[in-house]
Design a protein around this ligand. Structure first.
Ligand code: SF4
Length: 206
């Protein structure tokens, strides 16, 4: 028996602009939103992903996922060079360090701006479902981004508890979406490969 949660959006909103990092992280969140009659619009803005080939794979998978659920999909810019300018000072930071806070801020600020300009009062991000990320960083950057725009709110909710992570894992086993091997940027690829070599595993080759 599958238990899909019924959730309530802030101010009883019935639509949300959903910044989505990838299909696997979106599965349980979108399922719960649809089950709760809250219409998600998928907003794909992830200029952190390197190389472009990997970006295209993740984007295409996310599009395929949106199509399966008949959801609007906004394909925003891929401006990796600008993202690099913002984060290069923190290239040696570990994952969950300052670089990641800057990366979340970069993506969520653009999401908040899009929400403001396109009539969304609420936005959320699938980044908040990941057990690999520091959710406190994501929440802080989500609120900071929302504060810049009147009448736009960041949906601050725990998307990992109350069965969400278990459901996400179950759906990922059932569906065959591309599952990435590293977070996204060249720095995370470098660090994962360093770790893999130390364990005698083959490098990720793209
Ligand atoms: S490790 Fe992930 S969250 Fe951190 S900067 Fe790179 S892409 Fe962004």
């Amino acid at each position: 028996m599958v238990n899909i949660p019924i959730i309530e959006a802030p101010d009883f909103q019935d639509k949300v602009l959903l910044h989505s990092c990838c299909a696997p992280c979106s599965l349980a969140m979108v399922e719960a939103l649809i089950n709760s009659n809250i219409q998600p619009t998928i907003f794909y803005f992830n200029p952190n992903i390197f190389p472009q080939k990997e970006y295209e794979i993740r984007k295409d998978e996310n599009k395929r996922f949106a199509e399966q659920h008949h959801l609007p999909f906004i394909d925003f810019d891929y401006e990796h060079r600008n993202w690099l300018k913002e984060t290069k000072a923190f290239s040696n930071e570990p994952e969950r360090g300052i670089r990641c806070a800057v990366c979340f801020s970069y993506r969520l600020e653009v999401t908040a701006a899009y929400a403001y300009e396109n009539g969304f009062s609420l936005f959320a991000t699938t980044l908040a479902t990941s057990r690999w990320k520091d959710v406190k960083q994501i929440t802080a950057e989500g609120h900071k981004a929302a504060e810049k725009y009147p009448n736009v709110k960041y949906w601050d909710r725990d998307w990992r508890k109350n069965g969400f992570t278990e459901r996400k894992n179950q759906l990922n086993k059932e569906k065959d979406f591309y599952n990435q091997q590293y977070c996204g940027c060249e720095y995370s690829l470098r660090d994962v490969n360093k770790w893999r070599i130390s364990k005698g595993k083959p490098k990720i080759e793209l």
